[in-house]
Design a protein around this ligand. Structure first.
Ligand code: ZN
Length: 310
């Protein structure tokens, strides 16, 4: 069955060990896959997610030891937002103080409590308190009580100059609909998708274009149930919007096409299948370095150049 919404968010970070410490220990996410950048196998590709490594919970990083810092600008993902139980915002505020995580005071956005913070590379993140999510299963890592754990994505916000062309893609191709407006934000949501079902467009003129670097989101991926659902989205992009995607690429855990949407944000369409348990048992996700078949013969050389994670 097709479920629309976010599949994953991929960002650029500084050193891998610091990235793992922050997302694994400070935020308590599950490391669900430890592999290499398929286009640059001397560097890691780290995947974090929920207990099931479900689409809609997956945040991935390309860590580079010497990545120059990015600069947020128009045509880029501004903020990546996770869900936590409504009553957990106080817990997280306290944790950020205790762990020295730069953050703002909790604020209201579309009536929800939002706690904005930054990772060690300056990536813009937030937690939103959502009523009822405390009943959902959770992954408990880094000493965070299960009741307060992060439960997948709430949303992303995109900083763009003009909402309409991007909105047309969200609504016509990915099943979103406009649900609310607040100041310069327009909220789009997929009805019935609780995890990763929201995209906010922030319309901002006068910003410089983004410069990608450490702390920048590289791209965001939307879900397609399978190849047929992806092909239908590709057809709609081509026929209704005059946009061509790349050829499909096999990312081992999903199959992907890419395109730059009219607001210049790099979008991907990723299949839900086969998923992260395709090359290791679900109980052991993220423990061993997994390589795609084309690199398995070079495992020794690859392991020798990858930085130690612990
Ligand atoms: Zn991706």
């Amino acid at each position: 069955m097709q479920i629309n919404g976010l599949h994953h968010v991929t960002a650029i970070s500084g050193p891998a060990r610091r990235n793992l410490d922050f997302y694994g220990r400070v935020l308590g996410l599950r490391l669900v896959k430890k592999t290499v950048n398929f286009d640059d196998p001397g560097t890691y590709h780290l995947y974090y997610g929920d207990a099931d490594a479900a689409p809609g919970s997956i945040l991935t990083f390309f860590p580079w030891d010497h990545a120059a810092p990015g600069r947020l600008g128009v045509g880029e993902t501004q903020e990546t937002v996770f869900r936590v139980p409504e009553g957990s915002i106080g817990y997280w505020t306290h944790r950020f103080v205790e762990q020295g995580v730069p953050h703002e005071a909790p604020a209201k956005r579309f009536g929800e409590s939002v706690l904005s913070f930054r990772d060690p590379d300056g990536m813009r993140l937030a937690l939103v308190g959502v009523p009822g999510v405390e009943k959902e299963p959770s992954w408990s890592e880094g000493g965070i009580p299960a009741e307060h754990a992060i439960r997948g994505f709430h949303s992303v916000s995109l900083l763009i100059a003009d909402a309409a062309p991007t909105a047309a893609i969200l609504t016509d191709v990915f099943g979103f609909a406009e649900v609310a407006r607040e100041e310069t934000l327009i909220r789009y949501a997929v009805q019935g998708t609780e995890v990763g079902g929201i995209v906010d467009l922030r319309v901002a003129g006068g910003f410089l274009p983004a410069r990608q670097g450490a702390g920048s989101v590289h791209h965001i991926a939307f879900r397609a149930a399978d190849d047929a659902a992806q092909e239908e989205m590709v057809r709609r992009l081509r026929e209704n919007h005059g946009i061509r995607t790349t050829e499909q690429r096999d990312r081992n855990y999903f199959r992907s096409v890419y395109f730059r949407e009219p607001g210049h944000v790099l979008f991907e369409i990723a299949t839900d299948i086969p998923g992260f348990a395709v090359d290791e048992p679900a109980a052991e996700l993220g423990r061993a370095l997994k390589l795609p078949p084309q690199y398995e013969a070079h495992r020794k050389e690859i392991e020798a150049v990858l930085p130690a994670l612990d």
